[in-house]
Design a protein around this ligand. Structure first.
Ligand code: FAD
Length: 276
């Protein structure tokens, strides 16, 4: 029986029907005894209510919940209000992010980077919140350089992060090299690999290009060769992702965080194969 902690990420749904469907997904994933479920937050507050509602639904099901909070495009007053609301509901765990600046908009007033949000949370709420931040083993797409990205990550940790969750990756060496580089700077918080199951070749490529995750050439070519054969894409994806998780766990990853995309199927199969 595998006991390394797991967590699962969802996004807020827009409809009542979607809300019911994702409740069933959570029900299916609860069998793996997750440490927590998290829910994303649209940059600029676009999912403010949906994120809170999802987190309250999760808490009502007796599972610890962590809302994400992205700060770009929101004023300190707005972020302060959201934090107060979270706290008033007894929420103690959040994922603090910059978010993505909407295209066509330059730098805005207010928060510019996630380290400023982390400092703000610590100033306003002391140790009330457990703060997770994002990490990029293959580096953030806007990073000036690999070294600059590591230095800014270290700065964000020193601002008061308790742990980090990574962008997904399929190059395991990138994760361990990133962890080593950060440890060399004296940062010892857990850095939890983010795991993305593979359901569709085109979606995976589009997503990966946007967020700076690399689909290795060998994997890209193999997936591409399957064309519209979704069953074979999923089967190869399951083998690749299970092997990645297995190696991460055996080499000491502290936990695994799954990007579920509100679906339980592939994630459940990976967890079962890993012995959960
Ligand atoms: P930052 O840590 O601020 O870094 C952003 C960029 O700025 C990097 O290139 C960094 O090198 C640089 N940088 C950082 N600090 C400084 C500084 N002080 N001066 C100059 N440059 C600096 N997005 C959402 O909108 N909602 C979500 O719910 C969400 N959840 C996510 C969960 C995870 C686990 C991850 C990995 C990402 C998530 N994202 C989410 C995406 C994230 O918002 C984007 O990747 C965003 O572009 C960067 O956010 P960040 O918090 O990593 O930013």
């Amino acid at each position: 029986m595998n006991r390394t902690p797991l967590s699962f990420e969802f996004f807020p749904t827009r409809t009542e029907e979607g809300r019911k469907k994702v409740a069933i997904t959570r029900q299916q994933l609860r069998q793996f005894n997750p440490e927590f479920f998290s829910c994303t937050f649209g940059a600029g507050g676009t999912t403010r209510d949906g994120t809170l509602q999802t987190v309250l639904d999760i808490m009502a099901e007796d599972t610890p919940a962590a809302p994400h909070l992205s700060c770009v495009g929101s004023s300190p007053e707005e972020i302060g209000d959201i934090l107060n609301t979270y706290r008033s509901h007894g929420i103690k765990h959040i994922v603090a992010l910059r978010g993505d600046i909407p295209s066509g908009m330059g730098m805005m007033d207010g928060f510019r980077y996630a380290n400023e949000l982390v400092s703000f949370i610590r100033e306003q709420h002391g140790d009330w919140f457990h703060i997770e931040v994002a990490a990029y083993p293959e580096y953030h797409p806007q990073a000036k350089s690999a070294q600059a990205d590591i230095d800014f990550f270290v700065q964000k940790c020193r601002a008061g992060a308790d742990s980090a969750i990574t962008q997904y990756f399929y190059n395991i060496d990138a994760y361990f090299a990133f962890v080593d580089a950060v440890r060399a700077k004296g940062i010892d918080i857990p850095i939890v690999p983010g795991i993305m199951p593979i359901a569709s070749f085109s979606n995976l490529c589009r997503f990966s290009d946007m967020c700076g995750a690399e689909v290795p050439r060998w994997l890209r070519l193999k997936l591409q060769a399957y064309g519209d054969d979704t069953a074979s894409i999923k089967a190869l994806g399951l083998d690749v992702v299970t092997d990645l998780c297995d190696r991460l766990l055996s080499q000491g990853a502290p936990s695994l965080h799954f990007y579920t995309l509100n679906q339980a199927g592939l994630v459940s199969t990976v967890c079962q194969r890993l012995g959960y």
